[in-house]
Write a protein that binds this ligand. Sequence first.
Ligand code: 9MR
Length: 541
Amino acid sequence: ATVANAATAYINQIGYRPADPKEFALVDGSGDIEIVNAAGQTVLQVTPKASSYWAPSTQNVQLVDFTALTVPGTYSIKQGGQVLRSDLKIADKTFEDVTKAALKWYYYQRASMELEEQYAGQWKRAAGHTNSTVTLHNSTGTSGTIQSSKGWYDAGDYGRYIVNSGITTYTLLSLYEHFPEYFNTLKWNIPAEGTLPDLLAEIKYNLDWMLTMQAADGGVYHKLSTLQFPGDVMPAKDTEKLYVIGKGTAASFDFAGVMATTYRVFKTFDATYAAQCLEAAKKAYAWGLQNPNKAFTNPSDVATGSYSDGELSDEKAFASMELFISTGDASYKPTIDPNKMSIVPAWPEMYGLAVYAAATHATEVGADAETAKQMLLQYANEFAYAASSGFGVVMSNEDFVWGSNAVAGNQGVFLLYAYYVTGEQKYYEAAKKVIDYLLGKNPLDMSFLTGFGTKSPKLPHHRPSTADKITDPVPGMIVGGPQPGGEDIGSKSWECKDYRTGVPATSYTDNRCSYATNEVAINWNAPFAYIAGALEALNAG
Ligand code: 9MR
């Protein structure tokens, strides 16, 4: 009797660019792989690579390189005469649609305005959080009200948090700054903002809100939210009182870095706005220097996202570097310390952004640019090596934290910087594999982007997607991804059952209850959008 082939092939479900390196992952396979076209002809036969053990899923994985196949089309993957799957695609501009969708999602997250059907389609909704007179919580050190509106909701909740807006807005600004030509023409049907390209129009919506969060003395408030998280309601139904909460060093430096970058990016479009942002950056930075240790923690009556961080020197380095590059004023210039960068950037880890900026601004930065470049390459070489086995990604057990998909994404952005400063193909390839992982080449066999791929999240922890009564979730959202912490298990409001598998890379549930694995967040979409956009822009005509 013949034993059925038990192999599973894990692919980038969106597809592969014709000229790119191409690879899928195979578990429990045996023998050669055949790739078969729509007419039933075998167009490529490949011997899978030797298997390697991938700790995060405790699987033995074989990588299958099919770079030789370059003809656009839809293909089947066969082994031992058996079809493993039939959704393998090669297509031009493969990542253009996902780039647009991931960026369009920021429009869906807009506070204070109605989402009209002509832009939002079936996800049209009423405006939320329209009362712009907001109360200063006593944690700000003052009282009264300020005017604050616009901005993006952070995640599945409706808070707006400066720290998380910082890394998010910066990542999107840098996407424009690196690829202005590509993004000057790419459009995804959002309301016009003068003559700004869509990417800058979207970013400006959040910058306008961030500007409202600066106090007269230059310091920046930490967040704008209700005191407790709302229930599963649409934005317009979350009518609890809004407060401006906290004021601190991280918010002020993050704000300063973002506004300094904004100056460079916006000055040719709107010199007045750019100048306003640079002034705001300088004032926030000066406040940060005067108040270097004001770490934020949630006051006892507040339960919304805390984004607390006790280590503030990296936020300062980020702000200094961006101010220095934008102004040329040497008094801002930080020294790049090769011992400092421990990991890729994340909302509490901003030092890497200063390193990126130094490495890519050699003319302005001088000798530190070389130090920064060597720091990048030291890690990027390890990353490129890690990407040659297992599921083809850098991710190791300790990378599976809350928002693991953003860890993967930021590793990809890191690798792209290594590619920019060296031009070496191996870094491009390793960055490219990150997008394969996020779009399906992973042990869950899942595209983590809502609305895209053969199998994608249907029940994200995202209040509008829960409350809107529409079957499909809002599209273009990257969910947080697998991680073994289980912080949401047994949660009172959502009664989350234990979904942990005992290994990090599959501890995930596509369930609304799971804010620790299936929520969405602006800082998780940004690295994905950056990589997808960069891969298209780098290859555009
Ligand atoms: O992304 C944040 C993650 O790094 C933290 O471990 C987690 C718990 O503090 O919070 C995450 O941020 C959440 C924020 O506090 C509120 N909005 C939803 C965010 C994503 O879950």
